[in-house]
Design a protein around this ligand. Structure first.
Ligand SMILES: Cc1ncc(COP(=O)(O)O)c(C=O)c1O
Length: 172
């Protein structure tokens, strides 16, 4: 089963995909193709290269921090973030029931327990009203997950709110 090589939302989707409702469609333009070809031709197809450095620097600048570190995929990024927060065995991390499996996997890799919270029927993201009932003394983090480009409602569970309530958890 081949994937279309290049398509934009609503345009140039081949027949196989035209019959489906995609969960997400990538937006890949000429610039992206040019840079990918340039990277491949340069021989830097692993570990480093000018695009990796450029990405890390620009992303750090965008986030207003000194350093940025890129990793191979989203699962590694989540695992790394949890490890850096010191999440470990016997801790609990609250995650949405509807998300990609790697969110739960990343929690499990640290030895902690993923605790599932049901979705908000409107956003499909984690239901903010159902989080509190899952919080206990082992809860160390809440991973809200902004699914399918829709931001999860986080106002109730900001870092400040969590500190005020002495939940000792961190929203990441
Ligand atoms: C919500 C979410 N989190 C994490 C991941 C994991 O990303 P990766 O496949 O790059 O490890 C995905 C992948 O689809 C995802 O949809």
């Amino acid at each position: 089963m081949g994937r279309p090589q290049l398509y934009e939302r609503g345009k140039d989707i081949n027949q196989e995909f035209a019959d489906m409702i995609p969960v997400a469609t990538p937006s890949i333009g000429e610039k992206e193709l040019e840079y990918v070809c340039d990277a491949v031709k340069s021989g830097w197809i692993s570990s480093q290269g000018k695009y990796v450095q450029q990405f890390e620097e620009q992303f750090a600048k965008y986030c207003g921090v000194r350093y940025g570190a890129s990793v191979a995929n989203g699962t590694v990024a989540l695992h790394l973030a949890l490890s850096l927060l010191g999440i470990r065995r016997n801790d609990e991390v609250i995650i949405p029931a509807l998300t990609y499996i790697s969110v739960a996997n990343a929690v499990a890799y640290t030895g902690a327990k993923p605790v599932f919270v049901d979705s908000d029927p409107y956003t499909w993201c984690i239901n903010p009203d159902k989080i509190e009932e899952k919080i206990n003394r082992n809860t160390k983090a809440i991973m809200p997950v902004h699914l399918y480009g829709h931001p999860a409602e986080m106002r109730k569970h900001t870092g400040q709110n969590i500190r005020e309530r002495r939940w000792e958890a961190l929203a990441i």
